[in-house]
Design a protein around this ligand. Sequence first.
Ligand code: ADP
Ligand code: ZN
Ligand code: MG
Length: 645
Amino acid sequence: MTQSEHSRGVCHRGAAFRPAPEGTWVSRRARALLLIASVLLVLAAGSCAEGTSMDPEAVRIPYSEFRVQLEAGNVARIVARGSEIRGELESPAQTIGGTNGALVDYRRFVTHRPPFEDPELYALLRRHNVELDVQQATDLSGAWTVLLNLLPILLLLAIGFALARSMRGQGHTLTDFGRSGAKLYRKEPATAVTFDDVAGAEGAKAELQEVIEFLRNPAKFRRLGATMPKGILLVGAPGTGKTLLARAVAGEAGVPFYSITGSDFMEMFVGVGASRVRDLFAEAKRTQPSIVFVDELDSIGRLRGAGIGGGHDEREQTLNQLLSELDGFERNEGVIVLAATNRPDILDPALLRPGRFDRRVTVDLPTTSQRVAILRVHSRNKPLAPDVDLEELARSTPGFSGADLENLLNEAALNAAREGKSAIDRSDVEDARDKVLMGLKREGMAIGDEEKQLLAYHEGGHALVAMRLPRADPIHKVTIVPRGRAMGITQQLPEGEIHVYPQDYMADRLAVLLAGRASETLVFGTRTSGAEADLREATMIAHRMVSSWGMGLDLGPVSFDTEGGSVFLGEDLGRPRPYSEETASLIDREVQRLLSESLERARTILEQDRPALVAIATALAEKEELTGEEVREIVERASQHVPAG
Ligand code: ADP
Ligand code: ZN
Ligand code: MG
């Protein structure tokens, strides 16, 4: 396996969640009853608390740890029940457990669903093929779990009633909690997210500044007859801070923030989605100026009537409701709709028409200097040892999103805590970066000698060819310790930001990808299944070179691109290819030629440099992990011993 860039969406969120119930219809007596009821519940729950743990072997882990394992592809199956997630890992992992902070090995785990939504969860489960079982809590212990989980809400309600009462005098209108399932963020100077929490993203911030001005003082704009766009679409890769930005806009303007996540609708009963949307807008209008935020717009706003299995009733109803709400209010009303997506290409065109989401704000992956700024923001509350260099770290993390960087620092803090350090040092940060880049190490997997040799030569092949080719990205690390799903990884990191890929860069990339296979056949005269991922990626690249980028030999500067994403994402299945069978077979032949030539190229390099290949493979088999620096030294030494000619 080789891999060069990764950008995985990770997200830890913890925003001020503050349900604010309406107090007007509740009499004083009802409030008193509610308080008594919750006190009774506390007592009852306390006496039955033992009934809630069903699996004594399961280790309680924080949700963030669960996410790390999930990202690493290490979660085998989970059962969601009430607000609890139980599950099992493919291979054991370690966590900080117990009261003394010792390391605990665990395989079965239990974690709490966070009180906020995690929009990436379902996508991650699907991506890693994790078996998901949603159980209704019906038996007695389950019922207690539910009651226990309801408890804080009931208490909050009680507190809310009291608050609502005290605030009525000041003329605040609070909103019905639970009716829309949307969260209302009220202005709270102490905890609100502001633009200071969003590092980098200067362009997006500048574009949103106008909206903030409008929300602060709608009258000023109205007097001059100016109108605002109704809908603003934030577009960008996962984890680039779209949700964060939306929240910061509300914080900056000091207006209520209603948010709702598209993927939620998919989990609901038919009809609920549409009424949720209706309620949401009704409330937003009542408390205007306000912001409505629709996160993951693509999961409801996908092209209608497309994709495998035809339409999705719930989604279409919800989408229709959203469209009619967008049409139903005037531009000068004080409600601004923000939405976020990472797939603008699959959105229903009806959403993008004028008067709907007709303004786009692009949120890009951070550049090197922006990564430094993001790292600064997230290390504000983390003690760093003097040997940690955030600028260097930013340079070595191209393609990382804000969320990846946050995750990296969090992993580093976990590392340091595990070893009982008082500050996070360089080694913690480097381990964390490798973990985020390449997945969790899977130690304890027994690998035979023969297999080890095969792996060492396979990865050694990637490494040597990457070193020898001028345009290939520098090697960061080579390892035959299984990580995530891969048995071995040759990790390359581009030197700077790359935005367009020249042909010779792609050609070198193909040769590096196929060098694993070349090395196997050269040294052992055999082919292994370990090259599967390499072949898949190489084929994909070659196909795009030929069919999209006009880099084929005989085909000329033509793009045969069908703009196709995956059919699962709602693209038309039945759409015919816009080119003939003849062209299709030409493309196939061209792809094959590119791939065989690249394999040959890799093989020639390895043959000519065999002593270096042997040296790398031997070192790898012995040490299992080599840094880029070590590989460069080994190759240099091996080359000096070769007699000239
Ligand atoms: P998106 O909605 O684009 O997928 P999120 O807004 O959910 O991304 O980002 C997830 C987390 O990553 C945020 O809560 C924040 O902690 C961190 N993050 C992302 N981008 C930035 C940024 N530009 N500055 C600071 N933190 C960021
Ligand atoms: Zn490989
Ligand atoms: Mg988001």
